[in-house]
Write a protein that binds this ligand. Structure first.
Ligand code: NI
Length: 229
């Protein structure tokens, strides 16, 4: 019995040591070793838990950096930058308020994931960044985000500001006109991004990810980022 415990302890040490080594070898230049280690731990314990085939969390491929600084206006009309969110984490979705179906579904998923996280959700701000700034004024966003979550933040800006943040997240969007409709619509990619306090994307969730899956993956990342000691 004692031997089993001893073997388990050795196996655990080897695994943690292995992850540390892996983090050291694979860390990107901007990452500290501790950050790299935390994200590798998260990849083992947080992200790669059984994912449903329809959707789920994706670890960013090595060397891909998404996210970063932005200059936008929030739904109260206040100018905001990434620094205004540096106290916590964000679940970010790029969409638009006139979207008939996909955007409401994904924003509903974010809200449900936060509900599932209970107290842990306090450090996560749900954010909608509009890719249709022409129609999505701060006032338009204010009514819309409030319908999904009391803490949801709507962000918009000039066409250039929106293009800049979309580029940093590699978001695709384009105006589309259905001949049967008077109003234009927007084609856009539909991922949910978990963003750390430093503004870097830590996880991407595919469309139709289950809220429970998202909640578990976000919790994994939050735990992995806790200071150790
Ligand atoms: Ni949409």
């Amino acid at each position: 019995m004692l031997r089993i415990i001893r073997y388990s302890a050795v196996a655990l040490l080897l695994m943690v040591g292995g992850l540390w080594g892996w983090a050291w070898v694979t860390k990107s230049p901007q990452e500290t070793l501790a950050e790299a280690f935390a994200s590798r731990i998260a990849s083992v314990f947080g992200q790669d838990m059984a994912l449903p085939s329809a959707g789920g969390g994706m670890q960013l491929p090595m060397g891909i950096e998404l996210g970063g600084p932005f200059d936008l206006v929030d739904h109260t009309g206040r100018p905001v930058t990434q620094a205004d969110f540096a106290d916590g984490w964000m679940l970010v979705y790029f969409g638009f308020t006139f979207c008939p179906d996909v955007c409401p579904t994904e924003l509903g998923t974010i809200a449900a994931a936060l509900d599932a996280m209970e107290a842990d959700a306090a450090v996560v701000t749900p954010v909608l960044i509009s890719i249709d700034p022409e129609r999505d004024t701060p006032a338009q966003l204010a009514d819309y985000v409030a319908a999904f979550h009391p803490r949801m933040v709507g962000l918009t800006g000039t066409a250039d500001q929106v293009a800049a943040v979309a580029r940093r997240y590699r978001v695709y969007y384009a105006r589309a006109q259905n001949p049967e409709m008077t109003e234009y619509t927007m084609d856009h990619s539909s991922f949910i991004y978990l963003v750390g306090p430093d503004g870097r994307v830590r996880s991407i969730f595919r469309p139709e990810t289950a809220p429970e899956t998202m909640a578990a993956a976000v919790r994994g990342q939050l735990r992995a980022a806790l200071p150790r000691g």
